[in-house]
Design a binder for this molecule. Structure first.
Ligand code: RNT
Ligand code: ZN
Length: 416
């Protein structure tokens, strides 16, 4: 009997169908963020990364143009199991033959190559307007700026992005999640906290009041607690964005698990939102002390988030996207390890005896619940995971590093 057969039997004894778990997992789209490949630089400007976010590290081989980024993302897709969606930022517009359009004037045609790339990999696309790293971010503000000209520019950017999102959805046949995140905030004590929030609310309403196909485009708003250089006040706080989504039909809340106070956990918030919203969106990252966007690992909180999505029946209601950027190690490996970790967490969640555990809780049998929860930690999960990798035709956990090292030698180190 193969290791997988043996493991399958063990799981079978506790009522878990591992084949069914794998069949479900391979159909669940997870959004692969394009910005891990070039440290969130994008193609439309040469200035620094702004908005209170930061990449750290200077590992060689960063993608410098769309050809290199596509090549790198292709490598990531090759080395990871599961269904992908691409996650694209507006700053990754592709301009050719000397043409250029500013953020308020970008059009679907500037993303044609992304559509071709997505189609090649049978993937849908999610989209993000880019409200940072641009000269029109004035005093750290965009959609909440008191300067009406500045605010207009960014509202027009949001509207342009709705059109592009619709184009992505039409072309790929997959609805496009359009995530609005602004880094707007203040370094020091505000004199007026309400003013910027009212302006942000009005800006969002102006953007989302433009007609768009609600079946094709799924807008969401991402909250944040603070950013670097923006420590004292964030316009789009948790309460602000949740309230906005709750009062604007069709707009989802997006939780990034790096955007909360260090003892708060998104795993606990998922069910709270699912009790109220038909659909929600997530940015999956690994905060270390602050919103540091470390590579996602197969750690306790990552597992708990996946478990919550699975247990609450949220697999069809939660849009899952990765969001981190590590420039201190091989960027392809960062991408691959993070994507695989989330797949692993989902498979782990799908192979827990969730129905029985729930029953124990409801019966008040907390003794057995604890015993079973602990027992699951050393179940032969690795054999199920390896089988999934084989079925998905991708290298095992100990094989993929060499493939990346080879790609580094053949491709990345030549980018000087
Ligand atoms: C920043 C937010 C946001 C960005 C991306 C690049 O703190 O998490 O989602 O990481 O838009
Ligand atoms: Zn995020």
């Amino acid at each position: 009997m193969s290791r997988y057969e043996e493991a399958k039997n063990r799981y079978g004894e506790i009522g878990v169908d591992t084949d069914a778990a794998m069949e479900i997992l391979k159909t669940l789209p997870v959004s692969l963020h394009c910005w891990q490949g070039d440290d969130v630089t994008g193609f439309d400007q040469r200035g620094p990364l702004t908005g209170g976010i930061q990449t750290t590290g200077n590992y060689p081989g960063k993608a410098r143009n769309f050809e290199e980024l596509f090549k790198d993302m292709g490598k990531v897709i090759e080395l990871t199991p599961g269904k992908k969606k691409l996650n694209v930022h507006a700053s990754y517009a592709i301009f050719e033959n000397g043409e250029f359009a500013d953020r308020d004037a970008i059009e679907p045609k500037h993303f044609k190559k992304w559509v071709e790339f997505a189609k090649k990999h049978n993937a849908g696309i999610d989209f993000n307007p880019t409200f940072f790293s641009h000269p029109k971010v004035k005093d750290g503000l965009t959609l909440s700026s008191p300067d009406e000209e500045i605010r207009r520019f960014w509202i027009d950017h949001g509207i342009a992005c709705l059109r592009i999102s619709e184009y992505f959805a039409k072309e790929t046949g997959v609805p496009c999640v359009m995530n609005i995140w602004i880094g707007d905030g203040l370094k020091d004590i505000p004199a007026d906290r309400l003013g910027p929030r009212k302006r942000y609310k009005d800006s969002l309403e102006q953007i989302l009041s433009k007609p768009y196909d609600k079946k094709l485009v799924k807008p969401c708003v991402e909250s944040k607690v603070f950013g670097i250089g923006v420590e004292s006040y964030t316009v789009g706080s948790a309460e602000f964005t949740l309230s906005f989504a709750a009062t604007h039909e069709g707009c989802m809340p997006l939780m990034d698990n790096g955007h909360y106070h260090p003892t708060e956990v998104v795993s606990d918030k998922i069910s709270a939102l699912l009790a109220y919203y038909p659909e929600i969106a997530l940015h999956i990252t690994r905060p270390v002390r602050w919103d540091s966007d470390h590579v996602v690992l197969f750690d306790d909180e990552t597992k708990e988030m996946a478990k919550e999505i699975v247990c609450s029946g949220g697999l069809s209601r939660v849009y899952m996207a990765l969001d981190y950027f590590d420039a201190s190690i091989n960027r392809i490996s960062s991408w691959v390890t993070g994507f695989r970790s989330w797949q692993k967490a989902l498979l782990y969640a799908l192979t827990l005896p969730n129905g029985d555990l729930k029953k124990l809780q409801d019966e008040g049998n907390f003794t057995k619940l604890m015993v079973m929860q602990e027992a699951m930690k050393t179940f032969p999960f690795s054999d199920i995971w390896e089988e999934y990798l084989i079925r998905e035709n991708v290298p095992t956990d100990t094989e993929y590093y060499d493939r990346i090292a080879n790609y580094e030698k053949e491709e990345l180190l030549k980018r000087r």
